[in-house]
Design a protein around this ligand. Sequence first.
Ligand code: UDP
Ligand code: MG
Length: 308
Amino acid sequence: MNKISIIVPCYNEEEVLTSFYQETLSAVTSIPDVSYEFLFIDDGSKDHTLEILKLLCYKDQNCRYFSFSRNFGKEAAMYAGLKHASGDYCVIMDADLQHPPKLLAPMYQALTQEGYDCCAGKRMGREGDGALRSFLSRGFYSVIQKLTHMNMSDGAGDFRMMNRTMVNAILQIQEYNRYTKGIFSFVGFHTKWLEFENVERAAGKTKWNLKSLFSYAFDGILSFSTAPLKLPGILGTILFVIACFLGLSALAQPLLFHQNADSVTLILGVVIFLSSLQMLMIFILGEYLSKDYLENKKRPIYIIREQN
Ligand code: UDP
Ligand code: MG
C-alpha cells in the first residue's frame, strides 16, 4: 500500500489548523488503498499552534509534529518536512486551506496512473491578495523567468505532490538559501499542472508584508541567477563607447579643422574611459565570483529520472 506524506508548514495558524486537518483528512482517506501521515512543521509559532498540534498528534497516530526553536521561514519548514517524510509520495500544503484538499485525489492519480513524477497546483486569479501585491508579483515572475530561463510562473506555488525520486533529488540540494520554487524547476521531472481557483485564507492572517515579499523576490533572483553581476559589463561597455566617441571628437578638431583640441571634451573622455575600465574590471571579478558562487552551492551536476 502506498503512503502519502502531507507536509504542512505552520506559523501562527491556531485559527485554521483544526479545520485544515479535518478537511485534509477526509480528502486523503477518500483515496482508496493509501495510508497517510501528516507532518506539521511548527515554524516557531507564538500562538497556540504547538498545543493544537500536540493534541492532533495525540488523537491521530499518523500525525507527527516538529517544532522549530524559532521562526526559520517556510522554506526551512518545507525542507524539514521533506527530510522527515517517509511516504512514497509527498505533498506540501499551506495550513490556511488556500490549497484545496480535494486536489489530493487527482494529484495522486496523475502520479500513480498517468506516469507523472509531480503534480502541481497552479493558482488562477489573485483574489484576496490586494492590487499592489498582485501587480508586484506578476512583475517579479516575468523578471525572474527572463533572468533564470527557468519555469517559475506566477501561480505555480509550493502546493504539489511528488514521488520519492523527485523528493530525493530535492533533498540532494543542500544549499542554505533555499528558494524552493526554483529548486522544483531545477530538478526537472515530468510535472502535470492542475489549475485551481484562488480563495482567501480560511482564517488568520497572511505572514507576508511588502518588505518580506521584496526580500523573498530578491532571494529568488540571487539564488538562481548571476545576471546582476553582468551589469558592470554592460555599463562598462557603454561608457567605453562614449569615451571613444568623446576622445575621437576631441582629436578630430586639430586633425580635420586645424583648431585646438577641446580640452573639456578630452578630459571628460579620459575620465569616462577610466570609469569604463573600472566597470570592466568589476565585471571580470563578477564572472569569477559567479562561478565560485555556483560552485559553492554544490548542486548536483545531473539528476537521473530512471535507469535500467
Ligand atoms: N509559513 C511558515 N513560516 C513563515 C511564514 C509562513 O511556515 O515564516 C507557513 C504558513 O503557516 C502557511 C504557509 O506558510 O501554512 C503560507 O503562508 P501564508 O498563508 O501566510 O502565505 P500566502 O498564502 O499569503 O502567500
Ligand atoms: Mg496563505
